[in-house]
Design a protein around this ligand. Structure first.
Ligand SMILES: Nc1nc2c(ncn2[C@@H]2O[C@H](COP(=O)(O)OP(=O)(O)OP(=O)(O)O)[C@@H](O)[C@H]2O)c(=O)[nH]1
Ligand SMILES: [Mg+2]
Length: 303
């Protein structure tokens, strides 16, 4: 390995819905984290691995910064904080849509306090009005950090190569890669599967329902010579009256969630999958620390 090899953790931070997960997926070229048009999609940090002959960047796709003092929201806030603490460098995502300059200012302040190498990506350039970008850049100026204008959607504004080159310039030196260079994520398949199912719930269900949904894979059977991969998973909701919405008329909704999820899982695994979904009601999963733990949202302290 060359001795100027670079490797380390890149914390991807910003308020919800800035396109953090979209950007990580784009840079890695695989679906590492789930994406939706609703804020607070990412709940647990996911590590996406980018490897080439000169660096390995471990992107930690975190939940967006929010303020809360209990339950799942508290967890999301702690998770975002701990990502910034554990990373070697930080990439802050901003856009001009969906938030005012005060929010951007707060995000800039928060990240600059961490005393780590950092830079800003202004994402969604395809939707931005130039004058609002200039206002945002004016705000960033006082921090004296690089700013890259980008869009994950429009190739005209695609600055992926520049983003990666900049990350390489600020990552620490390393004798070699820190993780398997063939993998694109450190997540277990089982966890990845439950996230894909959750993404389909975000995509297909209305408004407040997705925020109350958790997904837990109950059984994951590897394929055998006689049978395909079999996955049995619960979709957990907080209220009994959410169940019919998940199931839909004549089971149409749960069927569609299952079909869309299965297709993606089959693509990743490269083999046939049998997926069965069940609905379950757990009224207090959003606020009950024991239940949050069971679902993999590790809550350090009671709140
Ligand atoms: N127009 C446009 N939309 C984008 C772009 N990047 C992401 N999006 C959309 O923005 C929405 C949010 O994207 P995510 O990647 O889930 O955002 P996030 O920052 O990870 O959100 P949280 O996980 O909720 O914090 C999705 O609907 C994306 O399709 C972009 O460059 N242009
Ligand atoms: Mg996300």
């Amino acid at each position: 390995m060359e001795n100027n090899f670079k490797a380390g953790f890149v914390g991807v931070v910003g308020i919800p819905n800035m396109g953090k997960s979209s950007l990580v997926n784009q840079l890695i070229g695989e679906k590492v984290g789930i994406v939706s048009d609703k804020p607070q999609t990412t709940r647990k940090s996911v590590v996406g691995i980018f490897s080439n002959h000169e660096m390995q960047a471990l992107f930690v796709d975190a939940p967006g910064f929010i303020k809360a003092d209990k339950g799942l929201n508290k967890f999301l806030q702690d998770e975002a904080g701990s990502v910034t603490d554990k990373s070697d460098v930080l990439m802050l995502l901003l856009t001009t849509e969906g938030h005012n300059t005060k929010t951007a200012q707060r995000a800039l302040e928060e990240v600059s306090k961490k005393n780590k190498p950092w830079f800003v990506v202004i994402n969604k350039m395809d939707t931005n009005q130039t004058h609002r970008v200039l206002i945002l850049e004016e705000l960033i100026k006082k921090y004296n950090v690089p700013v890259i204008r980008h869009s994950t959607k429009d190739p005209m504004f695609d600055q992926s190569a520049e983003i990666l080159a900049h990350i390489k310039s600020i990552l620490p030196k390393s004798p070699g890669p820190l993780y398997d260079t063939e993998s694109f994520t450190t997540s277990l398949t089982r966890d990845w599967v439950s996230e894909v199912i959750r993404e389909k719930c975000f995509e297909l269900l209305h408004q407040e329902i997705p925020f109350n949904v958790a997904v837990q894979v109950q059984k994951y059977q590897e394929s055998t010579p006689n049978s395909c991969v079999k996955i049995y998973s619960d979709i957990i909701v907080t209220k009994k009256n959410h169940c019919p919405m998940i199931i839909g008329k004549k089971g149409q909704m749960i069927k569609e969630i299952g079909m869309k999820a299965r297709k993606e899982i089959e693509d990743l695994l490269g083999e046939k999958v049998y997926l069965e979904l069940f609905t379950k009601v757990k009224p207090s999963w959003l606020s009950d620390n024991r239940m949050l733990k069971e679902l993999g949202y590790v809550v350090e302290k009671d709140s």
